[in-house]
Design a protein around this ligand. Structure first.
Ligand SMILES: Cc1ncc(COP(=O)(O)O)c(C=O)c1O
Length: 325
């Protein structure tokens, strides 16, 4: 039992808006296929990463690692930074996010709006740079608490016990395949374990950008499926019960994401489109009766400045509208 009430106890209602996300069946009429998509964009800050932020910070607070003086410090290209900033704000802790200077303006603004400090670094595409900076900062100042999303075993445990368990409860028939991208690999490993435990015959597939198929032995390279494949194979992925991998091009991912916006009204990010293309490929391979599950990872609002929103405009000045002239 804690001797004192946790910090900012009364402002924590937002934590109850994390997890228990809906599962949506998506019927693709043209393809004659249905897949099941777990709507992780419904988490409070808009991404699957809210789960990790909530679990790691509550755990650290519970075991006394996170103290009122602590400053939460993490390197993140976006969703984890936004999630930690939100959960940190609600729990009453200071948060500092390290981010590559190439990260999009909307992500930076969301983090600052949530009251966190932002430190930008020149990375030349190397994510490891930020991780090294966070370790150097923590070595000099004991107030820093590092969630260490890329190596923290709680990342996998939480997805096995929350996301994975929810999937198993939501899908009544045996799952034939689960396919999902990887950033830290936590979601894929945790959900994969929970699904295999319930249905050992289920196949677990990693989606990765065709431009950077690291699991196929390719080298890091530029792709536009943000949130996944940060240029190295994350250690937590070793824990994933993988049966195979699916390559999706950035172009396919973007085209499907726009279809999800326009045909389904689902305003999600590019990796969700990539996951859906991969799930449809599995469905086509395993047949229309197969049960295929994937995740819609985050909301579209953090991609406004990216190529995803480079669309021919349909805006018109009212005066020039045929009905009004
Ligand atoms: C936008 C986004 N955030 C997070 C994740 C999952 O990340 P992790 O592997 O770190 O659990 C993904 C994976 O597809 C993603 O697309």
């Amino acid at each position: 039992m804690r001797a004192t009430e946790p910090k900012n106890h009364r402002a924590r209602a937002v934590l109850s808006l994390i997890g228990d996300t809906p599962m949506a069946p998506l019927r693709f009429e043209k393809e004659g296929l249905t897949i099941h998509a777990k709507c992780e964009f419904r988490n409070a800050s808009g991404s699957v990463k809210d789960r990790l932020a909530k679990h790691v910070l509550l755990d650290a607070e519970g075991n006394g690692t996170l103290t009122p003086e602590s400053i939460i410090l993490e390197c993140s290209s976006g969703n984890t930074g936004i999630a930690l900033s939100m959960v940190g704000a609600a729990m009453g802790y200071r948060v500092t996010i390290l981010m590559s200077s190439s990260a999009s303006g909307e992500r930076r603004k969301l983090i600052r709006q949530l009251g966190a400090d932002l430190i930008l670094f020149e990375s030349a595409g190397r994510y490891q740079t930020g991780i090294e900076i966070s370790r150097a900062m923590a070595a000099q100042d004991p107030r820093y608490f590092l969630p260490r999303q890329f190596e923290n075993p709680l990342n996998v445990i939480d997805h096995e016990q929350s996301t994975g368990r929810e999937i198993v409860a939501q899908i009544k028939s045996p799952i034939d395949a689960f396919v999902h991208g990887y950033g830290t690999g936590g979601t894929l490993a945790g959900c994969g374990k929970a699904i295999k435990k319930r249905w050992p015959q289920a196949r677990i597939y990693a989606m990765e950008p065709a431009e950077q198929a690291l699991l196929a032995g390719e080298c890091p390279c530029c792709h536009f499926i943000e949130g996944v494949a940060d240029g190295f194979i994350p250690p937590l992925l070793r824990d994933a019960p993988l049966d195979g991998r699916v390559e999706i091009t950035s172009e396919e991912a973007m085209a499907m994401t726009r279809r999800l916006h326009r045909e389904f009204g689902l305003l999600v990010g590019t990796s969700s489109g990539a996951n859906v293309v991969a799930a449809l490929q599995m469905a086509a391979e395993l047949g229309p009766k197969a049960t295929i599950v994937t995740l819609l990872c985050d909301r579209a609002e953090r991609y406004f400045s990216t190529a995803l929103f480079d669309l021919p405009g349909r805006e018109q000045i009212a005066d020039s509208h045929p009905a009004l002239v």
